[in-house]
Ligand binder design. Sequence first.
Ligand SMILES: Nc1ncnc2c1ncn2[C@@H]1O[C@H](COP(=O)(O)OP(=O)(O)OP(=O)(O)O)[C@@H](O)[C@H]1O
Ligand SMILES: [Mg+2]
Length: 216
Amino acid sequence: MKHAGKLITFEGPDGAGKTTQVSMTARALEQSGYAALIIREPGGTRLSEAIRRLLLDPAYREMLPVTEALLYAGARAQLVGEVILPALAAGKIVLADRFVDSSLAYQGYGRGLDLEMLHLVNGFALNKLGVFRTILLDLPAGEGLERLAGEKERDRLEQESLSFHQRVRDGYSLLAQTCPERIKVVDAGADPQSVQKQIWEHVAAYLADRAPGASF
Ligand SMILES: Nc1ncnc2c1ncn2[C@@H]1O[C@H](COP(=O)(O)OP(=O)(O)OP(=O)(O)O)[C@@H](O)[C@H]1O
Ligand SMILES: [Mg+2]
């Protein structure tokens, strides 16, 4: 095996540039000789995509925060078992467009669910995943939503109030302060090339660094 597999997750508020940067990072990795695999959350397996449709459909106004949190964790458990673990075992660099920190930021800080419970449920969902690294694309909540304006119809979470998105952004910042080893903060307000440059430094350091650490 040329490289040991690793998981790098991309997080940040809506419109921060996650999808853009995941795809630029995958290209850069492939050019450096790595096999990269992009996954998106919620989704990435047949079952998880079905759960995604439930989660994002604006028709389900009655969805309770706890139901939302458990559905995300269920979609995540399936993705870990069916896709992420096999890809890591095959030596791939897995790039996740959102992962567990989205649950902590949106359902924890955004909706006000108990963070300890979210950690427990997600620890169960992650099973034996082990360590990973996280790139946090930091951008004021309103700026991300402005980038998305007019681009597509807003899903159930994007339709939330600006104060909800503000709590999500602040929650992400708190998570990054709590886990500085795992979560690397990048200024997402810069142009895409400059953002990618910041990300690549963290990615290169992580791929060179084989030291074990806490999972999340
Ligand atoms: N650094 C940037 N500066 C300005 N605009 C950007 C930047 N990066 C991405 N964009 C644009 O902003 C919009 C949102 O980008 P993108 O879809 O990558 O964000 P996202 O974080 O994946 O959003 P979502 O949370 O909706 O999935 C797109 O129109 C994209 O072209
Ligand atoms: Mg996206």
